[in-house]
Design a protein around this ligand. Structure first.
Ligand SMILES: Nc1ncnc2c1ncn2[C@@H]1O[C@H](COP(=O)(O)OP(=O)(O)OP(=O)(O)O)[C@@H](O)[C@H]1O
Ligand SMILES: [Mg+2]
Length: 307
């Protein structure tokens, strides 16, 4: 089910176009990344989703409710944090959550306890927020966003200030929410490796425009089967190289072997052909094309050679 739908969204501030024709969707049970460098427009988009900014052009719907024309209903289904969570520093974590809970009907104490446990803040929840680390504030922020049991969770750079263990815990929490509770998660970041581990799908934003979309865990035999880099290590790399070239395979002769970029499904045939031509194969090493390579090639505007 489509929880978030953004269609042709543009935002202009003081005649400057900050966002240009953004379209994207987030489905139930899915963790969708929003990846882009500083100033790309991530926070602006998230503010528009949460109704904190006025839309210049286009449409945002949350569970079918238009954020511009049906604001209150739309907000019932979304929880989020923008940049750093806004907390009352002199109050305890629990007092903060109780205060925010009072704005919603049906958020009782046991529900607050459950969420506090979920974000792993039970031990420190009765301490004042001013004694918290940045990571602890992030956790309270996420707890606050979850109070009214939203179906869509929108988080702006939630890993900011988290240590590696905190990042892993956040990842586990988001996966739990998505896979067990069917929550849709839209999460921004400028860190590629983090997104790759956390998300099912990512959109790449640069300069206010979506410049790419990527599935992270593609299955081997899907329509767009993953393309990998392989290094063939053989008893005659030069001959292997010449042979691959004669087959019109895009290849390079490296010190450690012959590097090719190929769909995984093509590899058995290539191996068979080499063996039939009396080439001894020591190894076929697979390297995963990283998101980083994609990101750089997309943001610098040059298409990757394998697309
Ligand atoms: N209120 C505003 N007035 C004028 N320009 C703004 C305003 N808010 C944002 N911008 C501009 O919009 C662009 C996008 O900013 P935004 O904060 O959305 O980027 P971001 O992707 O969240 O970046 P970061 O990774 O640094 O958080 C920037 O060029 C920024 O300067
Ligand atoms: Mg931002």
């Amino acid at each position: 089910m489509e929880l978030l739908k953004i269609e042709g969204l543009s935002k202009t501030i003081k005649k400057k176009k900050i966002l240009n024709n953004i379209s994207l969707t987030v489905n139930s049970g899915e963790i969708v990344g929003f990846l882009g460098p500083n100033g790309a427009g991530k926070t602006t988009t998230i503010k528009l989703i949460l109704g904190l900014f006025k839309i210049t052009e286009g449409k945002i719907t949350i569970c079918g409710h238009d954020v511009a024309t049906d604001f209150e209903n739309a907000m019932k289904y979304v929880g989020g944090i923008v940049e750093n969570p806004d907390l009352y520093k002199r109050l305890t974590g629990r007092q903060n959550l109780e205060y925010f809970a009072s704005m919603y009907p049906d958020v009782d104490k046991s529900h607050i306890d459950e969420i506090v446990r979920m974000v792993k803040m039970s031990e420190r929840i009765n301490d004042r927020v001013k004694t918290y680390s940045l990571g602890m504030c992030q956790r309270i922020g996420i707890a606050q966003a979850l109070l009214h049991r939203p179906q869509l969770l929108v988080l702006d750079e939630p890993t900011n200030g988290l240590d590696p263990i905190g990042i892993k815990e956040l990842r586990d929490l988001l996966k739990y929410l998505a896979k067990e509770a069917g929550v849709g998660v839209f999460v921004s970041s400028h860190i590629l490796s983090e997104m790759e581990l956390m998300c099912d799908r990512i959109y790449i934003i640069d300069n206010g425009e979506i410049i790419g979309e990527k599935n992270i865990n593609q299955t081997e035999d899907s329509e767009d089967a993953p393309i990998y880099q392989y290094v063939f290590v053989t008893d005659n790399n030069e001959m292997t190289y010449e042979y691959m070239k004669s087959l019109d395979i895009n290849c390079e002769l490296k010190n450690d072997g012959v590097e090719i970029v190929m769909k995984s499904s093509e590899i058995p045939n290539i191996v068979k052909t080499l063996v039939n031509n009396n080439i001894g194969i020591y190894a076929v090493n697979q390297k995963r094309r990283s998101l980083e390579q994609d990101f750089i090639s997309i943001t610098t505007g040059s298409k990757t050679q394998i697309r």
